[in-house]
Write a protein that binds this ligand. Structure first.
Ligand code: GLA
Length: 374
């Protein structure tokens, strides 16, 4: 299994928590197709915690709750596959999941077989109730071996919140993506705390092992399972732009059946997604202006992306000094850029700084090439 670019999809948890069922999954899958999200790259439909019965069957297998999922999991997998998408599911390395359903401890191989037999393509594997006499690296390695033993390609989404020095072992145990922080909630404070905590860790994030800064809250508008006041549109824009620049997996968390048009356009923005999915997967180069995060990033074909984020509560002029990322300030070289959100192409060539007016808590992202002026 080779995961070359950050996985993209939708996950039940942020909005629906334990309130999940077959109709929701089918309607969401249909909405993703109809609204163009599948074609924008969102591939996985992930059923998070609370999908099973509280008891295993007589053979020790997990069982889908028949009230929530009357036709079982394979039926959903077949439906999702028929739409050209993939199914993700959830378990936990402890005896119980975070919400108190059966976890996979000592059932790793039987559970991996359950997921493979049911056509599952992606497993999110959580950390609640993990036994303290076993290292996280051992527990995650065990599940990775169990997934391999099924012979089915299943993306391994590790979710241990960055604990036990995860960066030291996550690549070795086969995690394709790894949650690096505690849970996000629907507030700008949470977005900012998560992002700021990972700026020093981006170097490790790359193919087969992406730093997952948690599911997107864009468009939740203070409704659902992780509501915490909600965000403005400009704050959701910052969230999406930063997750794209940092090549975090992009897992939508709002109710896509009822998503606002402006959020849908943001989530489908081709330029931002192209930066997130850039084949070279180079980490960002930080060039902060005081406390405002500003980044440059190498893209394929010798192109570059720049992002300017305004953490202030009012509109400000935000800039990065190009000497800080190594450009000689001789006026000989500069960047010819376009705005990834408005599409505006700038006449001027940026020779000493990349700067722009940025609304409160908003972000602007630019893309372009290095050009010779004389
Ligand atoms: C943990 C995870 C969340 C979600 C819940 C489900 O808190 O970090 O993303 O999966 O468990 O209970």
């Amino acid at each position: 299994m080779i995961v070359r670019t950050p996985p993209m999809g939708w996950n039940t948890w942020n909005t629906f928590g334990e309130d999940i069922n077959e109709a929701l999954i089918i309607e969401t899958c249909d909405a993703m197709v109809e609204k163009g999200l599948r074609d924008a790259g969102y591939e996985y439909v992930v059923i998070d915690d609370c999908w099973s019965l509280k008891e295993r069957d007589a053979e020790g297998r997990l069982q889908a709750d028949p009230e929530k999922f009357p036709h079982g999991i394979k039926y959903l997998a077949d439906y999702i596959h028929s739409k050209g998408m993939k199914l993700g599911m959830y378990s936990c390395c402890g005896p119980l999941t975070c919400a108190g359903y059966p976890g996979s401890l000592d059932h790793e191989f039987i559970d991996a077989k359950f997921f493979a037999d049911n056509g599952v393509d992606y497993l999110k594997y959580d950390w609640c109730y993990h036994p303290t006499n076993l290292a996280g690296s051992t527990l995650y390695n065990r599940m990775k071996m169990a997934l391999n033993a099924t012979g089915r390609d299943i993306v391994f989404s590790v979710c241990n919140w960055g604990e036990e020095n995860l960066l030291d072992w996550i690549r070795s145990v086969g995690g394709d993506l790894y949650r690096s922080t505690g849970d996000i909630n629907d507030s700008f404070r949470s977005i900012r705390e998560i992002f700021d905590s990972q700026v020093d860790n981006f170097a490790l994030s790359g193919p087969n092992c992406f730093n997952d800064m948690d599911m997107l809250v864009c468009g939740m508008n203070n409704k659902g399972n992780v509501s915490a006041g909600g965000c403005t549109f400009e704050e959701y824009k910052t969230h999406f732009c930063l997750w794209c620049m940092a090549q975090s997996p992009l897992m939508i968390g709002c109710d896509v059946r009822n998503v606002d048009d402006d959020i849908l356009a943001l989530l489908k923005n081709r330029e931002l997604i192209a930066i997130n999915q850039d084949p070279e997967c180079r980490p960002v180069i930080p060039a902060p202006m005081h406390n405002h995060p500003c980044f440059a990033k190498h893209l394929t074909n010798n192109e570059y992306a720049f992002s300017l984020t305004n953490y202030d509560d009012e509109e400000s002029e935000i800039f990065m000094i190009l000497a800080d990322i190594g450009l000689p300030l001789t006026g000989e070289w500069g960047f010819k850029l376009r705005d990834c959100i408005t599409g505006e192409e700038f006449e001027k060539v940026f020779t000493d700084r990349v700067g722009a007016t940025v609304k409160a808590h908003s972000t602007r992202v630019f893309r372009g090439t290095l050009v010779r002026l004389r």
